[in-house]
Design a protein around this ligand. Structure first.
Ligand code: FAD
Length: 412
């Protein structure tokens, strides 16, 4: 039976970073991964380009993580975005900054990130134990016993649990860590999909599948509660809506939906124009259009594919000539441009979410060390912790920062 100073469960960004840091302190580290390689989810991240972090200041990061933000302050303070950028640079991988402060490798390939992690692990001579799934962990006489699916057993003085969330299961993150942590006495905050497309009640969304509406804003409403998005893009799918704006507000949308059958999504298709400005524009377009039909005039205002559904909902015959459109119909068009409604009834399942919300309760983890407050010698890092953020590179930075802190603390 092998005895290690530290056993790390899961070789995603959090686990790999924690193993790298612990290895720097000359500890005997075993990195146990059920896949045959590290970082399978990293390869999918940022559509294969890996949005590895964001150049936003620490205060913004704290805000992005909402109620859990303060918990992450120490981890971010010890190893933040610039340190992460330098960590890759030292091994020859330059990173670049794109819109909204998102940071990507200059190669535009997520594999470059994984390659650097591999170099560090090789330098440390970390024992990477692939194709081994940890089934259970027990603590006996101050030592941790890790039981593997291969019937092997690994013994370690300390354990870092970095098994991720439970989305995109094919990457290996199937939620094992939650079961293991629970058995060890931890509470798991309710697991919910985060950064997930939303399902709509209206069947006409199917007709719009693949269509992106640019520069829109939406408001989610239930009774008197409302959530307002920024201005940005919305993508129609065959089941509902997606795109960055929707993904970022999906957790809040699901919170609002709790206990309700549906909530309303009101889309402002022209947030930059007041109803009066729209009225003036339409009057002008209609005057110029003469005997053009409604469909042709609306081409100036909306994407072509959207017009059929739009005019149907406005109850306007698309072949009607501009000079026959009544004032009431014009009013209807303006109202619908400012308030285009659909009903949100749920989301895709957690398996198809980009992150898992919920996880090991932060009340039971020491934020200064990432050590369990319940089981001394047990540490957590990455998505297994109840701390996720919107898209933009924040979640990977969380994984790297908490991984760094867990690795350093466990090695002390
Ligand atoms: C499609 C997609 C795109 C994304 N894009 C971005 C992005 O661009 N930027 C960003 O910041 N975030 C992105 N994310 C989120 C980000 O990838 C995760 O937050 C991050 O990977 C979490 O890191 P982790 O190390 O905690 O967990 P994971 O990356 O999930 O790694 C956990 C590892 O543990 C292993 N494991 C699990 N259970 C066991 C077990 N019992 N025994 C052994 N091994 C086990 C798994 O196989 C896996 O390799 C994206 C997520 C998805 C799904």
């Amino acid at each position: 039976m092998a005895l290690y100073d530290i056993a790390v469960v899961g070789a995603g960004p959090a686990g790999a970073m924690s193993a790298i840091r612990a290895g720097r302190h000359n500890k005997a580290v075993a990195l146990i991964e059920r896949n045959n390689a590290i970082g399978k989810k990293i390869l999918l991240s940022g559509r294969g380009r890996c949005n590895v972090t964001n150049i936003a200041p620490l205060s913004d990061f704290i805000v992005r993580f909402g109620r859990q933000g303060e918990f992450l302050r120490t981890a971010f303070s010890k190893f933040f975005n610039q340190e992460l950028i330098d960590f890759f640079k030292v091994k020859g991988l330059e990173l670049k900054i794109e819109r909204q402060g998102r940071v990507f490798p200059v190669t535009d390939k997520a594999i470059s990130i994984v390659e650097v992690l591999k170099i560090y692990l090789q330098e440390n001579k970390t024992a990477c134990l692939y194709n081994k799934q940890v089934i259970e962990i027990k603590k006996d006489n101050g030592l941790f016993r890790l039981f593997l699916d291969t019937k092997e057993e690994i013994v370690a003085r300390k354990v870092i649990l970095a098994s991720g969330g439970m989305s995109f299961r094919a990457t290996g993150s199937t939620g094992d860590g939650f079961v293991i942590a629970k058995k060890l006495g931890h509470s798991i905050a309710a697991l919910m999909p985060g950064l997930v497309p939303l399902r709509a009640k209206e069947s006409w969304v199917k007709e719009l599948q693949g269509l992106t509406l640019k520069n829109i804003r939406f408001t989610l409403r239930a009774d008197k509660k409302k959530i307002v998005s920024n201005t940005g893009e919305l993508l129609f799918t065959h089941f509902g809506v997606s795109g960055p704006l929707v993904l970022d507000l999906s957790s809040e949308a699901l919170d609002l939906l709790k206990g309700r059958k549906e909530i309303r999504m009101n889309i402002d298709l022209k947030p930059g124009l007041s109803p009066e400005q729209l009225e003036n524009r339409l009057v002008r377009e209609f005057r110029l259009a003469g005997n053009k039909n409604a469909r042709n005039i609306m081409k100036e205002i909306l994407p072509l594919r959207f017009i059929k559904v739009f005019l149907n909902l406005a109850a306007i015959d698309s072949s009607k000539q501009a000079n026959q459109i009544t004032q009431a119909e014009r009013r209807k068009i303006i109202d619908l441009l400012k308030l285009f409604s659909l009903h949100i009834v749920g989301s895709l399942p957690i398996e198809e979410a980009m992150v898992t919300c919920g996880g090991v309760s932060i009340k039971e983890i020491n934020p200064r060390t990432m050590e369990s407050r319940i089981v001394p010698g047990l540490y957590f890092c990455g998505e297994i912790i109840d701390a996720s953020a919107p898209s933009g590179g924040y979640n990977l930075q969380q994984a790297f920062s908490t991984g760094y802190l867990a690795g350093e603390s466990a090695a002390e």
